[in-house]
Design a protein around this ligand. Structure first.
Ligand SMILES: [Zn+2]
Length: 56
């Protein structure tokens, strides 16, 4: 396999992995019983790291 094909193959694998990880994170955050810590402009859940703007 040439280097280019190797890189493209690697990118495809990493993309799939990234997608799976994002999905997992989303699932964790959806089921999280958030416990927010307030900053100046955002609040951050100390359990799942979800960040939300305080101003809407
Ligand atoms: Zn949370």
């Amino acid at each position: 396999m040439g280097r280019v094909q190797e890189i493209e193959h690697e990118i495809a694998l990493v993309s799939a992995r990234l997608q799976a990880l994002k999905q997992e994170l989303e699932t964790i955050r959806k089921s999280c019983d958030h416990e927010f810590v307030k900053d100046d402009y955002i609040r951050i859940c100390k359990k799942c790291d979800l960040q939300e703007s305080i101003y809407y």
